[in-house]
Design a binder for this molecule. Structure first.
Ligand code: ZN
Length: 291
């Protein structure tokens, strides 16, 4: 008797037949398969539709989540120490990325002896889920998948273009709409932006991570370096020092050279916000087009 294959089986077949699937394309493909268009995307519902069980359980604090399997049954463990909904969403989407992108390879391994207990396939540390660049390829791919799943580029780009403001106010509105964290939304916004802009996360007064738009990368005056101390006259520096205890966000114009290794004194718009995490400041840098 010919039984109609389940949605899960159909997807599994496609994945195992295409192990080198590009991560973002994989996320778009999954959204198309499940005919999901509404924003915010609900990764927990996607897991349910793929018959992947999501549990919130106590885990070591350095882990955010974990993809597991027993036989043909898959599960996602979510660290119950995670408070914010946006971080839970990102973690589930990231684990769905491991499932969707690597399931073919994982299935090829003989797991017969492990039926009695769940086997962690991927334990994902907070550092890997940060949204900035992880060093491990499979973690990078799971992050790319999660970003595209939660903030599909065509819709996100159009929504960003519709907003009247540039930078942190726009990023905040998009984060609310997409149920994503301020940091991951900021990275997405910046990378897809048609402006000359960058987003910088500093910690303890030093540049820790950054991401930029294509036009920022192409501009030879725009070069950021990890580990560089914040310029004392940057908008971010006093926020990092905790100088304004009641102010968490500031905006100003500073010379480009305050941030980038250049002699250029072109004015750069800097919007900086102190994050709730200790000693961290998120800065949106934008070089307005010359008149
Ligand atoms: Zn991972």
């Amino acid at each position: 008797m010919n039984q109609r294959p389940s949605q899960k089986d159909q997807i599994a077949k496609q994945v195992s037949s295409n192990p080198t699937l590009e991560a973002a394309e994989g996320a778009r493909q999954l959204l198309r398969e499940l005919n999901i268009q509404g924003i915010p995307i609900q990764p927990r519902e996607i897991a349910e539709r793929l018959q992947i069980v999501v549990w919130e359980r106590e885990m070591e604090s350095r882990y955010d989540g974990c993809l597991m399997r027993v036989g043909d049954t898959w599960g996602i463990l979510l660290n119950n120490l995670i408070q914010s909904q946006s971080r839970k969403n990102f973690t589930i989407a990231h684990e769905l990325g491991h499932y969707y992108l690597e399931r073919g390879q994982i299935s090829a391994t003989d797991h017969k002896d492990t039926v009695a207990e769940f086997v962690p396939q991927h334990r994902c540390q907070r550092e890997d889920l940060r949204g900035f660049d992880s060093h491990r390829l499979e973690e990078q791919r799971a992050n790319q998948f999660a970003v595209e799943l939660l903030m599909p580029s065509p819709i996100f780009r159009a929504d960003a273009a519709d907003l009247p403001e540039i930078g942190l106010p726009a990023i905040e509105a998009l984060a609310e709409k997409y149920s994503t964290s301020l940091t991951s939304t900021a990275i997405r916004y910046t990378r897809l932006s048609s402006h000359v802009c960058a987003i910088v996360l500093s910690e303890g007064g030093q540049i820790k991570y950054f991401a930029y738009s294509d036009r920022f990368r192409q501009n030879s005056d725009c070069y950021l370096a990890k580990g560089k101390p914040l310029h004392p006259d940057s908008v971010a520096a006093p926020l990092a020092k905790g100088s304004f205890t009641k102010v968490k966000e500031r905006q100003g114009k500073v010379p480009l050279a305050h941030w980038c290794s250049t002699q250029s004194d072109q004015p750069l718009v800097e919007q900086s916000r102190r994050l709730s995490r200790m000693n961290q400041v998120l800065s949106f840098l934008w070089l307005p087009d010359s008149p």
